[in-house]
Design a binder for this molecule. Structure first.
Ligand SMILES: [Zn+2]
Length: 463
């Protein structure tokens, strides 16, 4: 190894997700990748930064597979709404956003993710009002500032109310505009190289806001450019009814017809699946982003996650947009997922280790990065978290149980490619108070911009 940047984490418990767990050992990082890990004392690496992991559990960095960062600006509204009521209350407020709102919301949202142990996140941005600046560039800039690995998805909607869709016509784009902008986003930002910090996906929003033609042309575009596909699917029974009434078939049948099942596709939610949908997800390698807090908040239902895992389908965890899961921490989704599955199927439905695997390797599979992310193994990228499982948590017999069954433990370090982005529970890349203030400013700015266009939103929806 001839690298120039070495770090050794020592005296640490390790749950590598792949390979045997280590009760007390070390991790040697060289040039942003894991060079070695094992039990016992750390090797002597000349010139290495040494991190004392006493009292800590090291895991792979968490992977967030579904988000809408701009929604940081509209948290706490439409609090008791169903998905369709919530969307209808918010579409026109979102349509007032500009690049400044997106930058502020994304800075706060990404900072919050990093503080909950996230090292790789996706984002699904699908509202692009005209003349409001480069919204996609704004969130990419925020991700570079915070220092997380980023998989932004160029979202889209082209099916407004007048075409039988849910969103108002003012917030949709034309098919041509969408395909041009999406191709440009991929050409400008997508980095397919090993160790990439930024990969772009193509992501029409949902069956009820997108035409069949945009779905098929998006799939063709993504496959032509070698990037992945993402959308919302089977989130609520309202969606299923919409598909049956308007498309004449259930959501997964519809997407299959459009070429949208496959190993390059991951969908958000997948709550209302039929038995044969689970089989098809497993057979085709179609991934699911499980977002339990958001599903609970909107009363959408409990996804059949343990059945998907048993069938062998890729499943990752996601916090979903901040407006449908206020201040949700990604680490807490491990616990939420575990409790939901056990409440539905019994205590053997999901183990602590399966939940940790979903949050890491499962997410990496959804994003097509399982070859270099999601587990701590020699050669993989050095994205990892040191969780403090000492203090009160040290009374728990098993540190992985403390991490998943309990509330999220304090974080000692978050490393991305061996670089510290969180230390002692504080952001180290952007001043933490500035990141929080940026989110609050984005919230006020968006509500003011929306009000000037005559749109407001309140805590409750009026039925
Ligand atoms: Zn979503």
């Amino acid at each position: 190894m001839t690298g120039t940047r070495a770090t050794v984490v020592e005296n640490v418990a390790v749950a590598p997700v792949a390979g045997p767990e280590i009760s007390n050992g070390y991790i040697h990082i060289q040039d942003g990748r894991i060079a070695a890990l094992g039990p016992g004392p750390a090797p002597d690496v000349p010139g290495a930064e040494r991190i004392d992991g006493t009292g800590c559990l090291a895991t792979p960095g968490l992977v967030n597979t579904h988000h809408h960062l701009y929604q940081w600006a509209t948290q706490g509204v439409a609090q008791d709404a169903t998905l369709f009521e919530w969307l209808t209350a918010l579409y026109q407020v979102w349509a007032a956003m500009d690049a400044e709102v997106v930058k502020g919301a994304a800075t706060a949202g990404l900072g919050w993710l990093a503080l909950s142990g996230c090292t790789t996140t996706t984002d699904h941005h699908y509202v692009f009002p005209k003349g409001r600046g480069d919204l996609f560039a704004a969130e990419i800039e925020a991700a570079r500032d915070i220092g997380v690995r980023f998989h932004p998805c160029r979202g889209s909607m082209d099916r407004g109310v007048s075409d039988g869709g849910l969103p108002p016509d003012e917030v949709v784009e034309t098919l041509e505009e969408i395909l041009d902008a999406t191709a440009e986003a991929v050409d400008t930002y997508h980095d397919p190289s090993p160790g990439s910090m930024l990969r772009v996906a193509v992501a029409p929003c949902s069956p009820f806001s997108v035409t069949a033609r945009l779905m098929t042309e998006s799939a063709a575009l993504a496959r032509d450019k070698g990037v992945r596909l993402h959308t919302h699917l089977c989130e609520t029974l309202d969606e299923e009814e919409h598909c049956l009434a308007q498309m004449g078939c259930a959501p997964v049948d519809y997407m299959e017809k459009l070429g949208w099942l496959g190993p390059d596709v991951w969908v958000a939610h997948a709550v209302h699946l039929r038995d044969r949908d689970i089989t098809r997800f497993a057979e085709t390698g179609t991934g699911s982003a499980h977002c339990p807090s958001s599903n609970g908040r909107l009363g959408a239902g409990i996804a059949r996650v343990s059945e998907l895992l048993r069938a062998g389908a890729p499943v990752g965890l996601g916090v979903d947009g901040s407006a449908s899961s206020e201040l949700t921490v990604l680490s807490g989704e491990m616990r939420q997922a575990l409790l939901f599955q056990r409440a539905r199927y019994g205590p053997a439905a999901l183990t602590a280790r399966q939940s940790l695997e979903m949050a890491t390797l499962g997410g990496a599979r959804c994003l097509g990065r399982a070859d270099e992310l999601g587990s701590l193994e020699p050669g993989k990228l050095a994205d990892l978290v040191l969780w403090r499982v000492d203090g009160f948590a040290s009374a728990v017999a098993d540190p992985v149980c403390a991490l998943v069954f309990g509330p999220p433990p304090p974080i000692s370090r978050v490393l991305v490619a061996g670089k510290t982005i969180v230390g002692d529970a504080e952001l180290r890349t952007v001043p933490q108070d500035q990141a929080a203030a940026a989110g609050t400013k984005a919230h006020h700015r968006l509500l003011e911009l929306a009000a000037t266009q005559g749109h407001t939103v309140s805590r409750q929806v009026h039925r």
